[in-house]
Every structure is written in structure tokens, then in C-alpha cells.
Design a protein around this ligand. Sequence first.
Ligand SMILES: *[C@@H]1O[C@H](CO)[C@@H](O)[C@H](O)[C@H]1NC(C)=O
Ligand SMILES: *[C@@H]1O[C@H](CO)[C@@H](O)[C@H](O)[C@H]1NC(C)=O
Ligand SMILES: *[C@@H]1O[C@H](CO)[C@@H](O)[C@H](O)[C@H]1NC(C)=O
Ligand SMILES: *[C@@H]1O[C@H](CO)[C@@H](O)[C@H](O)[C@H]1NC(C)=O
Length: 458
Amino acid sequence: MRYGISRRKRALLRCLFILFAAFTFITRLMLTLRSLDAPPTTITTTSNGAMLDLPAQLELLDLKRVAFLSSAETPIQAGPKTKNCATVEEMGKVFRGRILKDSLRVRKLIQTHFSINGAPRIRELPPEQFCRHGFVIGKASEAGFGNEMYKLLTAAALSVMLNRSLIIGQTRGKYPFGDYILYSNLTFTLREVKHLWRQNGCLKKYGRHLVMRIDDFEKPTKTNALCGNWRKWPQPIIWYQGTTDAVAAQFFLKNVHPDMRNAASELFGKPESLQSQPNVFGELMRILISPSRDVEEAVNWVIGNGGRDPDITLHMRMLMNRSVRAAQAALNCLKRAIRNLQQGSRPRVVVISDTPSFIKGITPNISEVAEVLHFDYESFRGKVSDDIKSLPSLEFRVKDWGPAPRWVAFVDFFLASRAKHAVVSGAHRRVGTTYAQLIAALAAADSIASRVICWQKV
Ligand SMILES: *[C@@H]1O[C@H](CO)[C@@H](O)[C@H](O)[C@H]1NC(C)=O
Ligand SMILES: *[C@@H]1O[C@H](CO)[C@@H](O)[C@H](O)[C@H]1NC(C)=O
Ligand SMILES: *[C@@H]1O[C@H](CO)[C@@H](O)[C@H](O)[C@H]1NC(C)=O
Ligand SMILES: *[C@@H]1O[C@H](CO)[C@@H](O)[C@H](O)[C@H]1NC(C)=O
């Protein structure tokens, strides 16, 4: 008995220490970032036929950390160790094929998960099995797309780790971003789960209340991400709240319970092994979301129906600023990426930005080396449903994301994620990372190649 108590105490102490360490690190990083006057930064993400270098991996970790801190309002800097783009030759002779292998392994894991826990199979379970089954719910509002999407993807990742089914939360019967995005039929809605719960008599026959356990990641003193064994939680539904970036799901890699750590590292790879970095979020998006018909029609219009998919995406978040240095840096990175393509035909480059004048300014320069694709929504005559077209542009959004109507950002997202080889992203002072991260992740999953991130100081 005493032994039991002291073990619990030790576990608690260890847990507190980890909490402390994690949040000290983050606080320190935040202070460092705040104190720096951030120069414009360009990030390149290339998918280069399954090669990767170690420094690039480290920087990917940095990016994840930075992403953790980058709310839309926080000025951030790209990390202290800026470095030029790696050349193909420099990239990962050692780990060649490794990322590809890891991503394929995770793709298989995710597929297996959804074939077992996907709605079509779970719906058909006999009552006593159904009523014992667990769910994870992902809820998103319609705020910044990147952050909100991460909430859903974190729930999806958690559902894999916990061997539970995934519910996509709706608001008044509507999916988040439901005008632009379709969700896989492997997911449940809460309405359906409630219905099945009643139909199977889970409460009446088995005494199981359909309750939800909420864990708030935004409250460091309350979250159980590090100390709880979520796989043992009895509540039918779990909601891991406030998870707006790539980090929340990966906190489980540091959980005190080996059970949780193993489940997390099966998905994300062992944290101490930099060689193992599967494209988890890209693979989850690939299976869970697709563009609505209207959005897809617009994407195909830009690519030219039957046209070749773009090779490279350039994403620049300029906040209405005209920065010659940022344009110069973007061109440099782009040219490097093009050199690495080593293909015969003229490369196709998608350009997306919140700042129309930036696109206009840089297009002639890119045209010297590549064909420029851009979604010019004003001349798009395709069918965009009136629902979408008539949504008002909100003032705060214009300031943050430019004057284009909201639906254009979704066309840009799915257009940009068609890039086969690289995603180059840059920003003026504040980096809109999550949107660009998700584009890069989805692009990499679709072309099942590796990702390399590099910083270019300008
Ligand atoms: C996941 O749950 C299914 C039943 O839904 C079970 O058969 C399987 O063994 C579980 N897998 C793990 C790894 O717990
Ligand atoms: C679910 O979606 C897949 C792929 O999108 C499709 O092939 C399948 O027919 C759908 N299943 C049902 C039951 O609608
Ligand atoms: C451009 O960036 C600066 C900060 O670098 C900012 O003060 C300014 O409001 C931005 N917008 C315009 C239109 O200059
Ligand atoms: C783009 O091309 C124009 C004309 O050649 C040149 O003046 C300008 O400096 C170039 N811009 C950048 C960012 O290189």
C-alpha cells in the first residue's frame, strides 16, 4: 500500500517536472521571439523524391515549435538558426527513402484505423459492442482556416492513438467550412452518434450515458496531455479542446504513461529519432477532406482542365506590404527549387498571396523562368453557388487576409496543394504558418514524397 502511494507520488513529481520543463521551454522561446524584431522570412518546403537532410529535420522541429506560438496576432521570427536552402546533393544521402517509408507506414496505419473505426463498420456493430465503443470529437469554428483545421486534424490523430472513431462537430447542422470542404464518410456526426446510441439502447439496456470528457489544451494547469492515460478513459466521447497547431497531438509523445507514449510514437515517430518524421497531418487530410464541387471546379479551371499539375507553389503573406526584399528572397528560393526539379518541360508555378499587388509585381519575374498559375477570381465565370458568393467580406478578415472573398482562400488552398515538388512560403514580418504548413503537408501526401524545410534569411 505504502509502496503504491510513493509510486503515485513519484509519477506525479515526474509529471510536474515535465510540465514545468515543457512550458519553461515554450515561455523562453516566446520571450526570445518577442524580443526580436523579425525580418521578412522565406521558408521553402520541397518534396524532392524522398530525400531529406538532418538540419532540415531540425528546422522542421523548429517550425513546429514556432507554429505553436504563432497566433495570428503574435509577431514571430523564424528561429535563430537561419540557413540557406539545402541543395539536392546536400539533402539526405543518409536518410534517402526513410521519410517515404515512414509516411507510407503511417498511411497504412491510418487506413487500417479507419477501416476498423470508420463509420461504415461501427454503425453495423451489434448493440453491446457499439455501446462500448469510444469516439473523439473534433470541433472547429470558422475562424482562421489553418488553426481551425488543426483542431480537426488533432482530433483525428487522437482518434488513431486511442483507437476510437472520429466525430466531426457541426454547428446548426453545418460542417465547419462546409461550403468549401467535404468530409470523408468514414467520420460520424454527433447527431448520428446520438441517434445510434438511442437506437441501440446504450442507456436503457447498458446504462451507458453518452457523456463527453473535455480536456482543454489551452489551460496548461488543467490539460491531461502529459499526465493522463487517455486510453483508459471510460467516457464515450473525448474532446481535446483548443488545439490550433501541430503541437497539441505531439504532446502525447511526452506523456508519462508508456501506453500513451507508444500510441503517439507509432503515429509521429520516436521523438528522439529525427530520422522518423512521417507526414501525419498530410496523410490525415488526404483521407479526411476534399474540395467541394464548386471549389474543385475553380481549381481545375486554373490548372486548365486536363492540364498538368503545378510543380511548385509560392505562398506569400504580405499584409498589403510591398517589400522588395521579400520578393527578391521568394525569387531566389523559387529559382533554387526550379533548379532542383531537373525536368525538361517549363515548370508551372502557382502563386497565392493575400496581397494582389504583390502577385502582379512578381508575376513578370517568375514568368522568365516558369509558367505562372494564379486564381483570378474576378474573371472566373464558373458556377460558384450563390450561397458562397454572397457571403460578406468581414472587415477584420480583409486586414488579416486581404480583400479577396473568403471562398477564394479555399480555391487557393486546394490549388496550392496540388504542387508536385515544392511549396515556398514567405511572409512580411508575421508568418501565416498554419495555412502554408497544411498546404505543404497535403501536397506532400498527394505526391507521396518527402518534405524539406529551409529558411532563407533576407
Ligand atoms: C482497437 O479496437 C478494436 C475493436 O474496436 C480491437 O479489435 C483492436 O484490438 C483495438 N486495437 C488496439 C491496438 O487496441
Ligand atoms: C464513401 O466514400 C467513398 C470515397 O469517397 C466512396 O467510394 C463510397 O462509395 C462512399 N460510401 C458510402 C456508403 O457512401
Ligand atoms: C506594412 O508593414 C509595416 C510593418 O512592417 C506596418 O507598420 C504597416 O502597417 C504595413 N502595411 C502597409 C500598408 O504598409
Ligand atoms: C523583377 O523584374 C524587374 C524588371 O526586370 C526588375 O526591375 C525587378 O528588380 C525584378 N524584381 C525582383 C524582386 O527581382
